[in-house]
Design a protein around this ligand. Structure first.
Ligand code: PDD
Length: 287
């Protein structure tokens, strides 16, 4: 697989980042990205336009200077996709804008951000997640600048090293630290629940979660193709535990069933019927 850095296409394994040219990104964490996937047989990045749009919107909202115009970035992405065209499997492209050169205190980016396109095999999730459903635990935290997709995952990783490990769970969901009960989003995914009236609920876009691209697609599939009612409204941990079905969404996970939250079994403890139908519908949609 080939990645892009400093005007060059290079084998991902040989990618070496120049640290001193990018102190704001590498040391201070002023760095945003989007993770998109070219699914095997398709040869095109799924929802590429939406990913690029979110990346530029993220940059604008934090006053980061984009390294290229959208048109030029698209040409570069074309060349990266082309260079990898003979690769058989799925490819995840992490398109990263990283802070760049800095003033002496390291807090003021001096020029444009740096572009890195990392081409990798997507994360491999165990089959068990789909067959038995995931076990998630809650963690009180709200991502700052939540509608920006940045590379700071320290709180989520800390939670994985502590509560996820201790409770032998598979991942975490953030609950609003202001009330300790409102479900926001996961470490790297959005979360949905289905209530007893078969209404599908997910947290609204009010600046406290990332506007996931898979979240938007799944909402559209529910409303347009499956005639299901989606309510973008908040719900509590208690409502989640007592719901009919729970699932999560992200670019690399598609739709994944959740069957246990904080040790409480959801419904009969099996992946939900609608959840698995939505998963199939999403996979079908991108064919
Ligand atoms: N994560 N929320 C957060 C905090 C995320 O990092 C992500 C994506 C999502 C889901 O967004 P989308 O549907 O656009 O992928 C929600 C990527 C996939 C990752 O880090 O693996």
């Amino acid at each position: 697989l080939f990645s892009w850095y400093q005007n060059e296409l290079i084998p991902t394994k040989e990618l070496k980042i120049n640290f001193t040219d990018d102190i704001t990104g590498q040391l201070r964490g002023f760095r945003i990205f989007t993770a998109c996937v070219r699914f095997g047989s398709n040869k095109k990045i799924f929802k590429r336009k939406k990913h690029i749009k979110r990346l530029y919107k993220s940059a604008k909202s934090i006053k980061m200077k984009s390294p290229y115009s959208k048109t030029d970035l698209n040409k570069i992405i074309d060349s990266v996709v082309e260079k990898n065209k003979d690769y058989d499997g799925d490819i995840q492209f992490d398109i990263i804008f990283s802070g760049g050169k800095t003033s002496s205190d390291g807090f003021t980016p001096l020029g444009l951000s740096t572009l890195i396109i990392l081409s990798v095999k997507p994360f491999d999730f165990p089959d068990k997640f789909f067959k038995e459903g995931m076990k998630l635990v809650t963690f009180a935290f709200q991502r700052p600048f939540a509608n920006v997709k940045y590379t700071f995952y320290l709180p989520a990783i800390f939670a994985h090293l502590t509560i996820v490990k201790d409770q032998e769970a598979d991942g975490i969901i953030f609950v609003d630290p202001n009330d300790n009960e409102t479900i926001l989003e996961g470490s790297s995914f959005n979360i949905f629940m289905i209530n007893s009236n078969d209404q599908i609920l997910t947290y609204p876009l009010n600046g406290k979660i990332l506007k996931g691209i898979t979240r938007s697609i799944v909402i559209k599939i529910c409303e347009k193709f499956k005639d299901l009612e989606v309510l973008e409204q908040s719900f509590t941990k208690n409502e989640l535990i007592n719901s009919k079905e729970v699932f999560i969404t992200s670019t690399t996970r598609d739709v994944m069933p959740v069957t246990n939250v904080d040790g409480f079994i959801i419904n009969d403890g099996k992946p939900g019927k609608l959840t698995m139908e939505l998963r199939e519908a999403l996979i079908e949609f991108r064919r």
